[in-house]
Design a protein around this ligand. Structure first.
Ligand code: UDP
Length: 236
């Protein structure tokens, strides 16, 4: 199920409902792309028809960001819980380990994808990591060949948004993996380069507050949330 927020389709399902859909697509060899939707991306897409179309072409748009949940509530929609990029990735990796599907990690600075893979294998010893590649290799065909030769079922791309989504869209016809997810800074989080907020902040949906306390200059970016909510109310 999808709900439209500022012209962008967003999935209403939670993790448990999404996982069987994602993996039945893998079994059916049906390619699909997961993009994370947050207020920042929705505001950008509002003024950028190409970005909006790209987000809408993805097979799955997950409601990352508490702002999306609030927006759904304002428009009396059905999205009740966040599905974050990093947690969605974790759930996919867990299911991949359970069902013997292999993953490839592409993106972030040299060494980070390897470190993230090592952390994932520590958590899920049965996980098959087909390969890793940093996000700064200029030779695209080299990257595509490396991915295809290692035959992963699932490709995670961590190059920031919308760069990662553009890259996946441009090359998905030449790529062999079946499931694709753009995961932003998740490899850095997994590798331990970036700390996530403590569990209490995460539960309260207040990771933004934690980050603001650590990095007060983020206030400028965060002032976009009220602007976004105003836009939602206006669009009703
Ligand atoms: N990154 C990359 N290649 C690039 C630019 C960025 O691999 O050409 C990586 C960067 O090292 C970081 C990740 O993309 O690990 C996410 O970057 P950023 O935090 O800017 O994106 P966001 O998560 O805010 O979308």
């Amino acid at each position: 199920m999808k709900e439209t927020i500022l012209g962008v389709d967003v999935n209403t399902e939670n993790y448990d409902e999404l996982i069987p859909k994602l993996f039945s697509n893998i079994d059916a060899k049906k390619k699909s792309l997961i993009v994370a939707i947050n207020p920042e991306k929705l505001m950008r897409a509002k003024d950028d028809p190409a970005l909006k179309a790209l987000l809408n072409r993805a097979e799955f748009q997950i409601p990352d960001g508490i702002g999306v949940i609030i927006a759904s509530k304002i428009q009396k929609g059905n999205i009740t819980s966040r599905v974050t990029g990093v947690d969605m990735m974790d759930r996919i990796v867990r299911e991949a380990a359970r069902t013997s599907k292999s993953i490839f990690l592409y993106g972030a600075k040299p060494g980070v994808a390897e470190a993230a893979a090592a952390k994932l294998i520590e958590t899920y010893p049965d996980l098959k990591v087909a390969g890793t590649q940093d996000g700064y290799e200029k030779d695209t065909s080299k990257v595509i060949n490396k991915i295809n030769e290692s035959k992963p079922d699932i490709l995670f791309v961590a190059m920031g948004s919308p760069k990662q989504e553009l890259w996946i869209e441009e090359h998905r016809n030449n790529l062999h993996p079946i499931l694709y997810q753009g995961v932003g800074g998740s490899f850095d989080v997994l590798a331990g380069n970036i700390k996530r907020a403590p569990a209490a902040f995460q539960k309260a949906g207040a990771e933004w507050l934690y980050r603001l306390l650590l990095e007060p200059s983020r206030i400028k970016r965060q002032m976009n949330l009220p602007k976004f909510l105003f836009e939602i109310i206006r669009s009703k």
